[in-house]
Design a protein around this ligand. Structure first.
Ligand code: MLT
Length: 407
C-alpha cells in the first residue's frame, strides 16, 4: 500500500502567504470596487533594471541561433556569474570567497528549505521566533520535529526575539547542532552588529554546530558598520552557509535567481565522528536534483554587477527605502512602536493586540494588506509586518487610509 510521509500531517493547513492570498482574494471578490494596496508579501513591484533587461534580450537572441545556442548549463551555475558574485559581493569587501564555493539556484526559499536534506534527521535545531516559516516547515517535513502544540513544534529550540533583546536572538542555553539566522531579518527588519554575529560564530565553533545564514536582504543595509555577510567574521567559513538572492536586490522574484555559498572548509560529522565536506555533499545533491537556472536569467543576473546595473539597483533600493522611511514616520505619528525599516524593507509593528484581528481590520477598513506576525511564530502574536515593496504613491495612500481607519 502506498503511504504518505506523515510528517506533512503535522504542518499547519497551508503556507502563510497562501493563507493570506486566499483571504485577500475572498475580500476582493466581495468588494470588487476596493483598490487593495498590498504591503504584505515582500514581492518586488518595480521593473527589472534596464541593464538586466538588455542582457536578458541579447541572451535570448543568442539562444535563437545554432552557433550560440546553449543547452544544459553547469548545475552549479555559469562561471561568468559565479566569478562576478565572488568578486563583487565578497572579495570587494575583503571576504575570501571564491567562485567555486558558489552555487547558483532558482531561489533562496528553495535553498534555505533544501539545505537541511544533507544533514542527519536526528540533529537538534534552533530557529528564531518570529521566523521565516520555510526554515521550520522544511524541518517538520524531514521529521526533525514533534507535533505542533500551543503554537510551536516540539523538538525545536525557539530563540525568542522580542523588544527586550532588540529582536536579536540570545545564544541557546544548551548545545544545538543546526541554527538558522537571518539578517537583515525577515520578518522583523532587525539587524545584527559584527560583534553580535561574532558571538554566534564562536558558539557554532565551540559546539560543532552549523549556522544557515540567510542574507537575502543584505542589499538594503544602509549603515556602514552592519555586516553584509557572515564571512566578514573570522572563522565563519568553517561553520556557516550563506544564502543570497537577486529577488529583492534586483526585482527577480518572478525571474528567479539566487545563490548559496558553501565554503570548502565547512564540515559536518558522520556517525563515526569523521569530518565530511558539506561542499561535496551539496554539490552532489545539487547536481542530482537541479539542472541549473536558465542561461538568459543568469546573463540578466550577471548584469546586476555591471556599472549601469549597480547604479540602477541603487536607485531601485533607495526608492523602496524611501517607502520604508515613510512607513516609519507614519508609525511614529500614530504612536505605534516598531523595529526595522532602517536597513531592511520590513517594518515590524506592535499592533497591541491579536495580529490576525489587526490584519482583518486593516483589510476591511483600509483595504491594506499586511502580514500578521502570528504567522511567523508565537512571538509575533501581537505584531504585524508592513513591507516597503510598492510604489511611493501607493504607500502614501495606504498610510493615509491607515491613519483614517485607526483615528
Ligand atoms: C516574505 O514576504 O516574507 C518573502 O517575500 C517570502 C519569500 O521571499 O519567500
Amino acid at each position: 500500500m502506498i503511504r504518505i510521509n506523515e510528517n506533512y500531517l503535522k504542518l499547519q493547513a497551508s503556507y502563510l502567504f497562501s493563507t493570506i492570498a486566499k483571504r485577500v482574494n475572498e475580500y476582493q471578490k466581495q468588494h470588487p470596487n476596493t483598490e487593495i494596496i498590498k504591503l504584505g508579501i515582500g514581492d518586488a513591484t518595480q521593473a527589472l533594471p534596464a541593464a538586466c533587461v538588455e542582457a536578458f534580450h541579447s541572451s535570448v537572441d543568442e539562444m535563437a541561433v545554432d552557433a550560440s545556442f546553449r543547452g544544459y548549463g553547469p548545475e552549479q551555475g555559469y562561471l561568468f556569474l559565479r566569478d562576478k558574485i565572488a568578486k563583487n559581493d565578497f572579495q570587494a569587501r575583503g571576504v575570501d570567497i571564491s567562485a567555486d564555493e558558489i552555487f547558483i539556484s532558482d531561489g533562496a526559499k528553495c535553498d534555505t528549505g533544501n539545505f537541511q536534506e544533507i544533514l542527519s534527521t536526528d540533529i537538534s535545531l534552533a530557529v528564531p521566533d518570529p521566523v521565516y516559516p520555510v526554515y521550520v516547515d522544511t524541518n517538520v517535513m524531514a521529521g526533525r520535529t514533534g507535533n505542533f502544540e500551543n503554537g510551536r513544534f516540539q523538538n525545536i529550540v525557539y530563540l525568542e526575539c522580542t523588544h527586550a533583546n532588540n529582536f536579536i536572538p540570545d545564544l541557546p542555553t544548551k548545545s544545538v547542532d543546526l541554527i538558522y539566522l537571518c539578517f537583515p531579518n525577515n520578518p522583523t527588519g532587525a539587524t545584527i552588529s559584527k560583534n553580535g554575529l561574532a558571538k554566534w560564530v564562536t558558539y557554532a565553533r565551540e559546539n560543532n554546530s552549523l549556522i544557515l545564514f540567510d542574507a537575502a536582504y543584505e542589499a538594503f543595509i544602509r549603515d556602514e558598520d552592519i555586516p553584509h555577510s557572515i564571512y566578514e567574521i573570522d572563522g565563519a567559513k568553517e561553520v556557516a552557509i550563506e544564502f543570497r538572492s537577486f529577488s529583492k536586490t534586483a526585482g527577480f522574484t518572478g525571474t528567479r535567481c539566487a545563490f548559496t555559498v558553501v565554503p570548502k572548509e565547512c564540515m559536518a560529522y558522520d556517525s563515526q565522528g569523521s569530518r565530511q565536506s558539506l561542499h561535496a555533499l551539496w554539490n552532489r545533491r545539487h547536481s542530482t536534483k537541479f539542472n541549473g537556472v536558465s542561461y538568459p536569467v543568469q546573463r540578466a543576473a550577471e548584469a546586476v554587477y555591471s556599472d549601469a546595473g549597480k547604479q540602477q539597483i541603487k536607485k531601485i533600493i533607495a526608492e523602496y527605502m524611501k517607502n520604508a522611511d515613510l512607513i516609519r514616520r507614519e508609525m511614529d505619528a500614530l504612536g505605534l512602536s516598531y523595529v526595522g525599516g532602517e536597513n531592511s524593507p520590513y517594518i515590524w509593528i506592535d499592533a497591541k493586540g491579536n495580529s490576525w484581528d489587526f490584519f482583518d481590520n486593516l483589510l476591511n477598513n483600509a483595504g491594506v494588506v499586511c502580514t500578521p506576525g502570528a504567522g511567523f511564530g508565537t512571538c509575533g502574536d501581537q505584531y504585524i509586518r508592513l513591507s516597503a515593496f510598492n510604489s511611493y504613491k501607493n504607500v502614501e495612500k495606504a498610510m493615509k487610509r491607515i491613519r483614517e481607519s485607526v483615528s
